[in-house]
Design a protein around this ligand. Structure first.
Ligand SMILES: NC(=O)c1ccc[n+]([C@@H]2O[C@H](COP(=O)([O-])OP(=O)(O)OC[C@H]3O[C@@H](n4cnc5c(N)ncnc54)[C@H](OP(=O)(O)O)[C@@H]3O)[C@@H](O)[C@H]2O)c1
Length: 262
């Protein structure tokens, strides 16, 4: 890969929590950082904060609400039009389980909301940016998943019966992991590495603080950021394109699958 200061790195959901910390760290290393968010005012404030903290002017903000696939398409179009290269795409944006007892919600396209935001949006964005990643190879895709997973009922993927927020979150994360397996296989020999990870357990971010499925936090946001940055930047992973097994459970109902060939 290019030296980090020559790279352009896009982080979805970088306006808060884990994504914001990763953006700050990579900006401090002088990378060009694309901050994706859904709230333009919040995005602009994060850009200003990171520029001031790091002295790095190469921080830009793009907005798209991932509960609408058309917004994902428009986002990808703008990135392709504006950017000469994309070295790393970090699919981090997500919504958590919500409070216990929450009612089922739908995306603007009529899909179960967590499945749409946490999985469908990342799937679509990745495919729409593949040509740019391919032109910038060697490049990387990092999918921020979770050790919290739930098997998917293919007769009720949209969770129309027996909805539960934790189940919705977990099945969306399993879908993202399975997507990463397929992607890694499809991109073999393309110079684009695709990996996913459980970043850390119960970091005190908005999605954890707003849920009552769990009480308290365990790991620091900086621990999760370190794990994401390792997959994004470590030279030890040049040419590694596989899914690592989870190290802990985070209430997982199914074990993190191991990559084909492992
Ligand atoms: N926290 C943990 O312990 C933990 C554990 C395992 C995995 N993870 C994963 O880590 C990733 C980051 O989560 P976090 O803990 O940092 O949570 P967070 O602080 O709630 O951040 C989530 C980010 O996603 C954005 N987002 C949410 N809904 C969106 C939508 N509809 N369209 C576009 N952007 C949207 C948020 O934007 P706003 O700033 O506008 O809200 C925010 O930037 C997630 O994929 C999560 O599943 C977290």
């Amino acid at each position: 890969m290019q030296p980090v200061e020559n790279q352009t790195i896009m982080i979805t959901g970088a306006t808060d929590g884990l994504g914001k910390k990763v953006a700050l760290d990579l900006a401090a290393r002088k990378a060009g950082v694309i901050i994706h968010g859904r709230n333009p005012r919040k995005g602009a404030a994060v850009v200003k904060e990171i520029r001031e903290a790091t002295g790095n002017p190469k921080i830009t903000n793009y907005n798209a609400d991932f509960s609408a696939l058309d917004e994902v398409r428009m986002l990808a179009g703008k990135i392709r039009a504006d950017q000469d290269r994309l070295d790393v795409l970090i699919n981090n944006a997500g919504i958590g389980p919500g409070p216990d007892g929450s009612v089922r919600e739908e995306s603007k396209d009529g899909y179960e909301l967590r499945f749409a935001v946490n999985y469908l949006a990342a799937f679509l964005l990745t495919h729409l940016l593949l040509s740019l990643l391919r032109d910038s190879a060697p490049s990387r895709i990092v999918n921020v998943a979770s050790a919290g997973q739930q098997s998917i009922d293919f007769d009720d993927v949209m969770l129309e019966s027996g909805y539960d927020g934790l189940r919705a979150y977990r099945q969306s994360k399993l879908a993202l992991i399975l997507f990463t397996f397929d992607l890694a296989a499809q991109l073999k020999d393309s110079g684009i590495m695709a990996n996913c990870l459980h970043p850390a357990t119960l970091m005190p971010t908005n999605m954890v603080l707003e849920t009552d499925y769990f009480s308290g936090s365990i790991d620091a946001v900086s621990q999760g950021a370190e794990a994401v940055e390792y997959l994004a930047e470590s030279a030890a992973l040049d040419a590694v394109t596989e899914v690592k097994p989870a190290l802990d459970s985070f209430g997982a109902q199914t074990p993190m699958p191991v990559a084909p060939g492992q």
